[in-house]
Design a protein around this ligand. Structure first.
Ligand SMILES: Cc1cc2nc3c(=O)[nH]c(=O)nc-3n(C[C@H](O)[C@H](O)[C@H](O)COP(=O)(O)OP(=O)(O)OC[C@H]3O[C@@H](n4cnc5c(N)ncnc54)[C@H](O)[C@@H]3O)c2cc1C
Length: 202
């Protein structure tokens, strides 16, 4: 995947099949929430007119009827607890975060097996539900909160700054950042492995 950062926006391009490319942009749009434009593709072409050639190429190759644009919402910090009563909250409902690290769906998918391993397994073995739910919350909330914080930081550094000197400073800092530091950050986000099934508490 290639990602381009520019004033108040980022643009991502990912080839998903030999004849299909997925692209997205995320950024600040100076318009009221729920605004629908007659020509979303035209607006995107206009907005990214000064960007790199591959951005123009994918926009030029896109049909107008396949473009979707949505307002982006986040739950700053996420819920104070991911479980309440007999209910477990997962995915964006528990920890909706900015898309700047591409971890929203990933953490929602992590939540799924964790419900089975940390709640389902101990309860099926005869354990009480309440401690199992506490265990799920204790395992998931710190990780998802940390990723949400990193997503905000990544946005502030990457796609939120305006044009001019802010872009120059950001680009210079990026050039100075060792690849190993970037890889360490990526691994912290994406190197997740599922927990062992929790033991029942009677
Ligand atoms: C621009 C952008 C790029 C992103 N890129 C990435 C990425 O690269 N990688 C990544 O991991 N994540 C990415 N994400 C985040 C990802 O899309 C979300 O985190 C993920 O979709 C959350 O999944 P979810 O199932 O929790 O919620 P949702 O996908 O919102 O699903 C909830 C579903 O519940 C339905 N629903 C709501 N209310 C009801 C109701 N009362 N009854 C029945 N159904 C209901 C909704 O219609 C919806 O279908 C991106 C997000 C954005 C905005």
């Amino acid at each position: 995947m290639r990602q381009y950062w520019g004033p108040h926006a980022e643009f991502g391009i990912l080839r998903v099949a030999d004849d299909q490319t997925y692209w997205y942009w995320y950024g600040y749009a100076a318009m009221p929430e729920r605004t629908v434009l007659d020509d979303e593709l035209g607006a995107a072409r206009e907005r990214f007119a000064g960007w790199a050639a591959p951005v123009h190429e994918v926009l030029a190759a896109t049909a107008p009827d396949v473009v979707m644009r949505h307002d982006v919402h986040q739950l700053p910090g996420g819920l104070r607890r991911y479980t309440t009563g007999r209910v477990v909250m997962i995915g964006d409902a528990a920890h909706g975060t900015l898309p700047t690290m591409g971890q929203g769906a990933a953490t929602a998918l992590e939540d799924g097996p964790c419900v089975g391993l940390l709640v389902g397994a101990p309860v099926a073995a005869g354990g009480r539900l309440a401690p199992a739910l506490d265990g799920f919350d204790a395992a998931r909330r710190p990780r998802c909160r940390a990723l949400a914080r990193s997503s905000v930081a990544s946005g502030r550094f990457g796609s939120h700054p305006g044009g001019g000197w802010q872009q120059s400073v950001r680009n210079s800092l990026m050039r100075l950042t060792p690849t190993s530091a970037v890889l360490r950050g990526s691994h912290a986000a994406m190197g997740w492995t599922p927990p062992q099934p929790a033991s029942p508490t009677y």
